[in-house]
Design a protein around this ligand. Structure first.
Ligand code: ATP
Ligand code: MN
Length: 476
């Protein structure tokens, strides 16, 4: 008999039909009631075994065991579920020794413990919910862009351009570490390397996406990104996924609208399609909040927060206004900030979070950053001091999107590259877009895991990517 997914059975009230289900046992009570989960949804299916069942079989059914069940879907006698399965035949597919099963050994395993057994943590309610939501968000992102006629462009993962990362890149090489070929001056001779030059893992697909935008008008990338930055925070990974739309003819205001629309669309898509998972995560978060002192608790629950974001326009302010707000704050006056505030600083996470969580209490788009703290390709404003950059700051996260209108004027661009010691010859292909039919254009990068953090209410980025890569950690 063909397998039916548990989600399908639980979603309908239909009774009195034969099915086959397969999955993993979540619990087994009174030698009679199995809670079975196949990952298709949060809920478990109750499987009822006859009292006359084989003793060997009963012994073998433990938390973690995988089984196949043939039986009849019937209206449930018990509370908590509409339907259940009266089993005719149960077969154990894979045993699971309860004495050794790491998920069995701890009653309420902590997120930290589960990180150490990330190969098994998918089988918990929390991570089941997180990764189903992650899937939905990825799908919603593709849907958003597809519906608007964007072309999904696959930009390279191995790149030779080191324009952005400056020391934050992972080298890709097949040269022998112990005895690399050297030039006469003792430096390593990358001409002998696999690609005939020094190469790295990409830190962003933007520069290549810009090339695509100059032909398709609207493109986006959605791929893995690598940063060898040694920031051991709850918001940084060494390997993360980024969404980077790039749009010809857009200015900074169109860019803000696009980013706001994208965030709102994917949030509403998840609320619509993963409500059960999000309700579970909301309860989990509420429990976690109860552990905190009163004044640190957030005012809104997860669902309320998501709905609030959907129903309110993001605040839009300039960097200069942001600095003024910070300087005017009691937090600043009472010296509560660890880092100094003055015009020209690269705002720290504490400043960003003050703006979104304390001052505006909603997502904020900050534009017009000092050019000194931003990348060479951002369009220079007429004041000579700032660039048409935009960061979106989200409650609980800080920066979730970083983008800009790009500098389309060749002379301004090359001048800025020279000032910042970026090799213009090597980057001829990038500059060619400005030489051959260049147009004003804009784009941004949305950190996918930061988006997943925001929607799931999880607090550590290591818990929203299946197998996190962070400094000193690449297990599994
Ligand atoms: P931050 O200041 O938080 O380090 P950034 O300014 O380095 O971010 P960008 O280079 O603008 O970030 O990258 C675009 C987006 O990618 C960011 O807005 C963020 O959502 C995400 N991002 C950047 N670095 C990381 C990282 N190490 N891990 C996960 N997401 C990241
Ligand atoms: Mn960074």
């Amino acid at each position: 008999m063909q397998r039916t997914k548990i989600k399908e059975i639980l979603q309908s009230d239909k009774c009195d039909y034969q099915v086959n289900v397969k999955g993993w046992v979540r619990s087994f009570r009174n030698n009679q009631f199995i809670a079975l989960n196949d990952g298709s949804c949060m809920g478990n299916l109750q499987v009822v075994i006859g009292l006359d069942a084989d003793e060997q079989l009963i012994k073998g059914i433990n938390n973690g065991v995988s089984i196949s069940v043939d039986g009849m879907v019937i209206a449930s006698q018990g509370k908590g579920q509409k339907v259940e399965i009266k089993a005719d035949a149960v077969t154990i597919l894979g045993e699971c020794d309860p004495e050794k099963f790491p998920l069995q050994l701890k009653n309420r395993p902590s997120l930290e413990y589960l990180r150490e057994i990330a190969h098994l943590r998918f089988r918990t309610n929390t991570f089941g919910a997180v990764f189903r939501v992650r899937h939905t968000l990825a799908y919603a992102i593709h849907k958003f862009f597809n519906d608007r006629g964007f072309v999904y462009l696959h930009t390279p993962i191995v790149t030779a351009s080191d324009a952005e990362g400056a020391g934050e890149m992972f080298r890709v090489s097949t040269l022998p570490f112990d005895n690399p070929p050297r030039n006469e001056d003792g430096t390593i001779n990358f001409k002998e390397d696999f690609f005939g030059r020094a190469t790295n893992l990409t830190v962003s697909g933007q520069l290549e996406a810009e090339l695509g935008a100059m032909a398709f008008s609207e493109v986006y990338t959605f791929g893995p990104t690598f940063r060898a930055e040694n920031s051991n925070t709850a918001r940084h990974l060494a390997e993360f996924w980024m969404i980077e739309p790039e749009v010809a003819f857009n200015d900074i205001y169109d860019n803000m609208d696009l980013a706001e629309d994208l965030l709102k669309f994917v949030i509403s898509y998840a609320l619509e399609h993963n409500r059960e998972d999000l309700d579970f995560l909301a309860t989990r978060l509420a429990d976690e909040e109860k552990q905190k002192p009163m004044n640190e608790r957030s005012e809104m629950g997860l669902i309320e927060k998501l709905e609030f974001v959907l129903n309110n326009k993001f605040e839009r302010i300039t960097y200069t206004e942001a600095i003024d707000i910070l300087l005017d704050s009691t937090a600043y006056k009472k010296k509560k900030f660890q880092y100094d505030v003055k015009w020209g600083i690269d705002m720290q996470s504490e400043h960003e979070r003050y703006l979104v969580e304390k001052h505006f209490k909603k997502p904020v788009i900050v534009t017009g950053y000092p050019k000194e703290i931003k990348a060479f390709y951002m369009r220079q404003n007429d004041d000579g001091k700032t660039v048409a950059a935009m960061d979106i700051l989200a409650p609980g996260i800080g920066e979730i999107v970083g983008g800009s209108q790009r500098e389309e004027r060749l002379d301004k661009l090359t001048q800025r590259m020279e000032e910042m010691h970026i090799p213009t010859e090597e980057m001829y292909w990038y500059l060619d877009t400005r030489r051959f039919g260049g147009v004003p254009h804009a784009g941004f990068g949305l950190g996918f895991e930061r988006m997943v953090l925001f929607v799931t209410g999880m607090t550590n980025i290591r818990d929203v990517i299946p197998f996190p890569r962070t400094p000193k950690n690449a297990e599994f």
